[in-house]
Structure formats: structure tokens, C-alpha cells
Design a protein around this ligand. Sequence first.
Ligand code: G16
Length: 548
Amino acid sequence: MSMLDVKAIQERSDRHPKPSDIKFQYGTAGFRTLGKTLDSVLFRVGVLAALRSKKLDGKTIGVMVTASHNPEPDNGVKLVDPRGEMLESSWEAHATILANAPDSVAFVAAVDELVQTSKIDLSIPARVVFARDTRPTGPQLIAALKDGLEAIKAEYRDAGITTTPVLHYLVRTINTKGTQDSYGEDTEEGYLTKISDAFKKLLAGKATPPPLLIDCANGVGALMAEKFKAYLGDAFSINLVNADIHTVGALNNSCGADFVKVNQKLPPSITLQPGQRACSLDGDADRLIYYYADEHGQFHMLDGDKITTLVASFIVELVKAAGLDEQIKVGVIQTAYANGSSTKYLSGRLPVKCVPTGVKHLHHAAEQYDVGVYFEANGHGTVTFSPAAQELISSCKSSNLSQSATLTQLKNVIDVINQTVGDALSDAFLVESVLAHKSYSGVEWDSLYCDLPNRLVKVVVSDRNAFVTEDAERRLVSPLGLQAKVDELVRRYEGGRSFVRPSGTEDVVRVYAEAVTRAEADELAFRVAGLVYDEAGGDQSRRPKEFL
Ligand code: G16
């Protein structure tokens, strides 16, 4: 094993001192906090990404600089493993340790310890590809990241300003290039071509869908959606709103997928005509929420659960029509946030599994099925096909024209999906393909089941880590006794359900509640939020009025 160039790393690390008053944590989607505090984290993530690459025989590791749906002053960074999936969880702890070393000496010592304990061969080259979203703090953070990569002499590729799903796609395509598992061309053009070609084939012979209004959250999704326009040509039209990536403060501000999901209403910048459907992306274009106006102009949301239902039902139909239903089993993964009605509807038809929040948990569980469909209620999701299922679909000999057409559709469905991670634009094209095939409008799609009214509330506490959960985050273990109080409240509401969990991306505790009426869902959520606030020792003079 060659040696670590301790001097070079330490010297460069000195230029990126860790703020002494912040404890960083690699959470649900990497490090995420105020962008201006993340300089040292980015430097250290550069070094860590290179070590991860060395550990995996020089495979390319991805680094995405984004804070997704969070406010514009926030930023974040997450690592992407070679197949385009989230960083293996055992390395999250290494990331947290490295990020919190108080100074350069301690940092180098932590790096050395990681090299020893993980038996990393330093002579293996390190390769990293990185990208960022449109946040103002992005350029400085990328400079710190590059400094880390250069300190450890990693080879790197700068993918520029692009979406999170494109970065995941690049990681997978770079690592599978020239192999029989090739996932496509390792360029943005390769991504745009693969997805748009499959989408156009899925739409062929169907009535051209009406133009789709896409709310881009004033984020990087606007750039990618604009590029898709040229690739889609006349086959499908998209109209972009909230596509302003230059005005400071506009990102995710009163728009985007999170705004729509949390507030259960249209962004004020959008008006829908009766019957019109539209969708919202989040700040890095990995979440998608649909909605439509009914004949009276009334807004209806079609969230991740509705997308799961639409997509899973369609894939099951195709697999059956292709005569492969004995060999290919389709499963659905949800989290505690899934609307109770969706779980009820799906459980009667398919295997449904509940896992903790976070794409990494859902993705892993999805890969246990031949076809795994997962969309978090917040619109973050995709579909995974096992290598065996893909092989079966591509090698299956059709016995008649209809089976042959179905197999072709399945192949195009596989290609329109970005299997590496949730991808709002690719997901929107999948949804549009299904709607075109079923001749569904928003109304028919929505009528598959009726959502239970629900409410999501954030509670600001001094220490969110005091809240510990079990049973896929559906029950609290700590603070002791709080779950019993929540249970007691829930029992008073017909069809009531509520849970409390610490966020992994924001310094808050989240409370979810549902019940048979809107008023009761709101009341239950605010009562539980009140319990959480009091339990956490919140200042009573500043207790939000809504917390009953
Ligand atoms: C990230 C994760 C999602 C998760 C969301 C909220 O989304 O990738 O899986 O649902 O955070 O997590 P939490 O409730 O723990 O804050 P994104 O779109 O922000 O990357």
C-alpha cells in the first residue's frame, strides 16, 4: 500500500477550517444545512469520495452538491455509489466522523484510521464525477470539493450544473461503459436521448397528450426540461413555469413539489383551466407531484402514492399480458407517509412493504423484487427491474403480435425510467405514457382510490436526535412515554393515524396525521405537534398557536 500524502492533505485542509460550533451529520440525503457553513465538509467529502473509489477498485463515485427542496440559502452534498445508488450506509458514519474532526490534524488522523480499518489500498487510482444545482453557494462549495480531490490526487470529471438524477445516471453509465450491463452513453446527451426515445416509442400510435405544464421550482430542472423539448419534438409538448434560475431567492419559493405536497394547493404562480393537469418538480428535479383541475376548476393533488398506484398497476397489466406473471413478481415499497387509502388499495393487489423514510431504504427494498415500484408520498421515486427480469423481457420469444407489442412496451418502459434514483422528468414521461395507454385524464387516475385527509407539521426542537423511532418510523421509542400519549390521542379520531419522526434533512421533528375528515386530520396533527413541542421543552411563550 502506498502512503497517504499527509502533508498535502493537512496543508490544504487548513484552508477549509471546520466551524467549531457546528456538528455535521450525514443524514437522509447526505450533509444538509446552511450553504455558507459547508466549506470544510465539501473539502473532506472530496477526500472521502476518493477513498470510497479506491476501496471499490477505482470505480467512479458521484458527488452531488444540492439541498434539493430546502430553501435557497441551504446547500448539501451526497455521495453516489458506483451503480448510481446512494452511499452504502456503513460509510455514512465515516462521513460524519471525517466531517466533525475539529482540525486538520484530527482530520488526517481520521482519514488514516479509515484507511487502516477499511483496508484501503492507496495505490489504486480514485475517480470521481461531480455536479451541482443552481444554488448561489454552489461554486464556492465545488471549489472546496475540488481542493479535497486534488489533495488526494483523485481523477475527476466536472458534470457542471445539472440535476441529481442526471448525476446518478452518469455514475452508472461511466461504471458500466463497455460492459454487457451498459446503462447507456455516459453523457447528458446520452441521458436525454435514451429517455426521450423510449418515451416517443411509448406514445407512438396514441393520441398526442395535451401539453404538460411543468413547475420547475425555479431550479435546475428548468435547464433539463428545456433541453428535453428539442429531443421530444412534436411528440410531446411541455410548457415551463417557475423556470427562473437567476433571481436570488426564487428557488423553491412558493413553488415546487414540496410546496404543493405540504400545502396541498397550487403554487400562486399557476392557474389551471378546468380539466388541465400539471406537475411540479423540486429544486434538483428528483421529486414529482402531479395535480389537475376538475370541471369546476377545483385543485386535486396526485402525489407519490397516486403515482405508485398508476405505475404499479400498469406494469402488472403489461407483465400479465406478456405472459410473464409467473416469473416476474411486482412489489411496492412505501414509507409511513403513504396515505392509508393507498396502502389499503395496493395491499389487496400486490405485496407492499413499509420501510423508513429515505430513498436509500426504498431503493434497497425495491431491489428485492423482480420489479420494485416505489414513490415516497412526497413524489420521490422510481421503478427497479432486476437483471433477471430485464433479461427475461428482452429474450422472451413472442407467440403472437399482441404479446410482441406488449414486450416492446415493457422494454420501452424500462428505458424511459431512470432506475438509478427518483427522476422527476423521467417519472413524468412514464406517467404520461401510462395515461396515454389507459386513455386516462387526471379524474380517472385520481379515482383509483380516495385519499384520506392528512396533515404534515414541522416542530422546531432543540435536539431532534432525542426522538428515536422503530417499526419503520411508525412508533417512537424515545422520549419515553411520548408514544403512549400519541396513541391515546389517535384513539379519539375515527380512522386516525399519526406518527412522529426526526427529519434527516432539516433540523426539525415531523408530525404526520390522517383521519376521515380534513378538520380532524388537522386537529390530530396539531395536537400531536403540541405534545412534541412540550416534550422537547419548547419555550411556552413562543409555542405556535395552532399546536392545540
Ligand atoms: C430527501 C430524501 C427523501 C426524503 C426527504 C425528506 O429528499 O432523498 O428520501 O423523503 O429527503 O426527508 P426527511 O423527512 O428525513 O427530511 P430530497 O428531495 O430533499 O433529496
